[in-house]
Write a protein that binds this ligand. Structure first.
Ligand code: CP
Ligand code: NVA
Length: 311
């Protein structure tokens, strides 16, 4: 229980919240972003502490959560596998029990989703998925908020996913099913999405294409990600060969809708999954997308700790 006898909520997958909660979060993120831009002090999480546990590298997730928590008046503890007892095999259950007695909310970036779920089961406080092999919900939260800022509601729109059927692709699928849009997915054979893992029951929310150009045709948003995600480095060479035709280029953007935007969660490899012309070009919104990680996660932490607020 949280103070006030509220039940603990976790954010482990995109489908942990419903469409109405997302509408609330996007509106809160807009308000919180405006306060940040106008230097308005807003400290609803004074005296609250966020623990961040990283078992994989990060730039954006670390900075956005850490800066965001300080801006909300709270403080942050940062742990990695290497500098904590996690790296010396302390059970995840014990780690969860201890950390959640000393802090108010925990963000974890790790390998298997099962590890995150175990942590959540033994935690007294809300747990946020900061990326697992299977899902990256905070990123899709930021991506959809960014789309709304640039183009309005995402309902009924088409998102083209070009590349690996990875954690980002799985999360886009969950978002499409919940928020009423369609994902056109094109991956090399053997690197497809896992519909069962994502819990996709609605076949209207996605279409699979062999040819990435066809996936992009008419799309409102074209997006991709690295060919080799963290944890899969041993497959790097095989992936480079398999993914050679899955590079988002000017031709793919020309096939998309006229006012389509390009997104990439970053870090990007220019010349692999996207050309420099596209990521640095006029349709790219990747810098807004990266910045918005901070604003949506501030809204998320506020929601998990305080519930709905009116001010
Ligand atoms: N997009 C993203 O999660 O970036 P980092 O790996 O830098 O945190
Ligand atoms: N799919 C990538 C995203 C990095 C932010 C990975 O898991 O490495």
């Amino acid at each position: 229980m949280l103070p006030g006898d509220r039940l603990i909520r976790h954010y482990l997958q995109f489908k942990d919240f419903n469409a109405e909660e997302y509408a609330y979060l996007f509106e809160r993120a807009r308000i919180i972003k405006h306060r940040f831009k106008t230097y308005e002090k807003y400290h609803p999480l004074a005296d609250r502490t966020l623990a961040m546990i990283f078992e994989k590298a990060s730039t954006r997730t670390r900075v956005s959560f850490e800066a965001g928590m300080y801006q909300l008046g709270g403080s942050v503890v940062h742990l990695t596998t290497g500098d904590s007892q996690l790296g010396r095999s302390e059970p995840i259950e014990d780690t969860a029990r201890v950390i959640s007695r000393m802090t108010d909310i925990v963000m974890i970036r790790t390998f298997g989703q099962d590890k995150l779920e175990t942590f959540a089961r033994y935690s007294r406080v809300p747990i946020i998925n900061g990326l697992t092999n299977e899902f990256h919900p905070c990123q899709i939260l930021a991506d959809i908020f960014t789309f709304i800022e640039h183009r309005g509601s995402i309902e009924g729109k088409v998102v083209a996913w070009v590349g690996d059927g990875n954690n980002m692709a799985n999360t886009w699928l969950q978002a499409a099913q919940l928020l009423g849009f369609t994902v056109h997915i094109s991956t090399p054979s053997g690197y497809g999405v896992d519909l069962a893992l994502a819990g996709i029951t609605d076949d209207k929310c996605y279409k699979i294409f062999k040819d990435p150009m066809q996936a992009c045709a008419g799309a409102d948003l074209v997006t991709t990600d690295v060919w080799t995600s963290m944890g899969f480095e041993a497959e790097n060479e095989a992936r480079r060969k398999a993914f050679a035709d899955w590079c988002v280029d000017d031709e793919m953007m020309a096939a998309a809708a006229k006012n389509a935007v390009f997104m990439h969660c970053l870090p990007a490899h220019r010349g692999e999954e996207v050309t420099a012309e596209v990521i640095d070009g006029p349709q790219s919104v990747v810098w807004d997308e990266a910045e918005n990680r901070m604003h949506v996660q501030k809204a998320l932490m506020e929601y998990l700790l305080l519930g709905r607020v009116a001010d």
